[in-house]
Design a protein around this ligand. Structure first.
Ligand code: GRF
Length: 199
């Protein structure tokens, strides 16, 4: 199976996925790293690992449809069977998502359905939760709302700051995402309505 990873930032999840693949824990090819910004560190990580990259900036396109068509063209060419969103800061259209129905994963740094959106860690920390965590889910048209594949919790202590919590959450992400990806690659994820069965 060929995988494309979409990133916009530091790419620590991308790195964890690359490392897992190299260790043989993910039995698939990472064929492409797609970014919406030319200067993110994720692209450096991809290049260091010898993975082809594609940067498609929305500002170069009049319509979202054309921006996405450019990406879809590359995915088709590489025969991509799984899209992994790893800190990709764009909302994909319904049209794009239906082109890869049930083949797009996302990781969110909170225990969904709590603390959706771009500031999951900060929002959970400020809310005062005692258990924070990480969710890997399928992507559907509603943001951070697709069927949940795996979740993992992280305890919040009184000594934690937002920064120490973020560190612990990222550490957990780097274990959880490769596991979820390998389950997908092995064909072990069965979506039944809102639920995902691991078969
Ligand atoms: C992660 O916290 C992930 O949960 C969220 O965006 C962040 C990406 O971090 N979707 P990185 O670029 O993988 O370091």
């Amino acid at each position: 199976m060929n995988i494309a990873v979409f990133c916009s930032g530091n790419g620590t999840n991308l790195q964890a996925i690359i490392d897992s693949q190299k260790k043989g824990h993910i039995k698939a090819d990472i064929r492409l790293v797609v970014s919406d910004t030319p200067d993110c560190h994720a692209l450096v990580r991809a290049k260091n690992a010898g993975i082809p990259t594609l940067t498609v900036e929305s500002r170069n396109f009049k319509a979202k449809k054309d921006f996405e068509a450019e990406i879809l063209k590359a995915l088709k060419k590489e025969n991509i069977g799984l899209i992994v969103l790893a800190g990709y800061m764009r909302i994909l259209s319904e049209n794009f998502i239906s082109a890869y129905k049930d083949k797009i994963l996302n990781i969110h740094p909170a225990l969904l359905p709590s603390f959706k959106g771009a500031h999951g860690i900060k929002d959970a920390f400020e809310y005062g939760v005692k258990l924070a965590g990480v969710t890997v889910h399928f992507v559907t048209k509603d943001m951070d709302a697709g069927p949940i594949i795996l979740q993992s919790s992280v305890k919040v202590t009184e000594d934690d700051t937002e920064e120490t919590l973020a560190e612990a959450i990222h550490e957990e992400e780097h274990k959880l995402y490769p596991r979820a990806i390998q389950l997908f690659v092995e064909g072990k994820l069965k979506i039944e309505g809102r639920k995902v069965k691991i078969i």
